[in-house]
Ligand binder design. Structure first.
Ligand code: AHG
Ligand code: MN
Ligand code: MN
Length: 315
């Protein structure tokens, strides 16, 4: 009998209480994967015609994925609010506004890959509400450091659909088995190699990187001879980095002076997974999980990966 996603209830101190929310993420993942597979037949590829709060063109699939995710979080009954890349403001779930949990989400990560049938993902993290006395959950409930995250993970929509998550007791990967329509444990206790494999970055930006990162990368390449891989979807690049070792980075540059990737629904969940997998996550000289967030859509530079490789890049 294979271990299924539901068995996460047995893992870690937060396992049982997280179960309904993680099951909701699993249902959203199954629906989003189906929508992605059928998108070309429904005319659902291409731009939606609007911009999100980041000033980025929304794809129709960004909007659909956001709706699916929100609906599944609502249906759990345990989520009082969702902070999403695709929504300017915190979305309060009115009928459960006293529920315990808030979820931060990048519903569709790497959406520039959609037109070329490339891998995309979903990234999420879950925090406990801290303003228990207020009528409604507040944005300040989302502005908690990564040390307060109680569960986080990602879904990778590749040749198979994988849900990789942690409730603070290591990282476990579940693959969707279409024959029985459920996630089954395929990658128990994922650990990143101490040193590895590849560096992963959009190197075309190197002349505009800040903080001397161009020189750092040049030195690291000369010292280690690492190979290079870059998908352009953080989920896919991080998944490979965890399995094969190495370092993923998105430094600050002249265009994105505080970095491009978003703290609450990209950097923190991936930093949580990285630390739980035995790796390192750094931003502006401190651990990503030690950053005190200031805004829902805040951006930060990120350096995530095998301890040896992150140290050799930043050292
Ligand atoms: P999103 O599609 O959610 O906006 O995220 C895109 C992010 C991330 O997935 C990836 O690592 C990075 O943007 C790629 O950026 P570049 O195209 O600038 O390399
Ligand atoms: Mn993203
Ligand atoms: Mn996105």
């Amino acid at each position: 009998m294979p271990t299924t996603l539901n068995n996460i209830a047995k893992q870690g101190v937060n396992g049982s209480t997280m179960m309904p929310v993680i099951q909701g993420v699993g249902r959203a993942a199954i629906e989003i994967a189906a929508v992605l597979r059928g998108a070309v037949f429904r005319g659902a590829l291409g731009e939606a015609g609007g911009e999100n709060v980041q000033g980025e063109q929304q794809q129709m699939l960004d909007v659909l994925s956001d709706e699916i995710f929100l609906e599944e979080m609502r249906s759990t009954g345990f989520v009082c609010a969702v902070g999403s890349e695709e929504q300017e403001n915190l979305l309060v779930i009115e009928e459960y506004s006293h529920a315990d949990y808030l979820v931060l989400v990048d519903p569709l990560d790497g959406s520039s890959n959609l037109d070329v049938d490339g891998p995309v993902g979903t990234i999420f993290s879950i925090v406990k509400r801290i303003t228990a006395n207020a009528d409604q959950p507040l944005v300040s409930d989302t502005l908690q450091s990564g040390r307060n995250v109680i569960a986080a993970g990602y879904v990778l929509y590749g040749p198979s659909t994988m849900l990789v998550c942690s409730v603070g007791d290591g990282v476990h990967g579940y693959t969707f088995n279409p024959a029985v329509a459920r996630f089954e444990l395929s990658h128990p206790d994922m650990r990143i190699p101490e040193t590895g494999g590849y560096y992963s970055v959009n190197e075309s930006n190197k002349d505009s990187w800040l903080d001397g990162m161009g020189e750092n990368l040049k030195r690291m390449k000369a010292d280690t001879g690492l190979g290079m891989r870059y998908v352009g979807a953080m989920v896919a690049d991080m998944h490979r980095t965890i399995l094969k070792g190495g370092v993923f980075l998105y430094p600050a540059d002249n265009k994105n002076k505080t970095g491009k990737l978003r703290l609450l629904y990209e950097a923190i969940p991936m930093g949580f997974i990285m630390e739980q997998a035995g790796g390192k996550s750094v931003s502006s000289g401190i651990a990503v999980l030690d950053i005190v967030p200031e805004a829902l859509h805040q951006r930060v530079p990120v350096y995530l990966g095998s301890t040896t490789n992150v140290d050799s890049l930043l050292g």
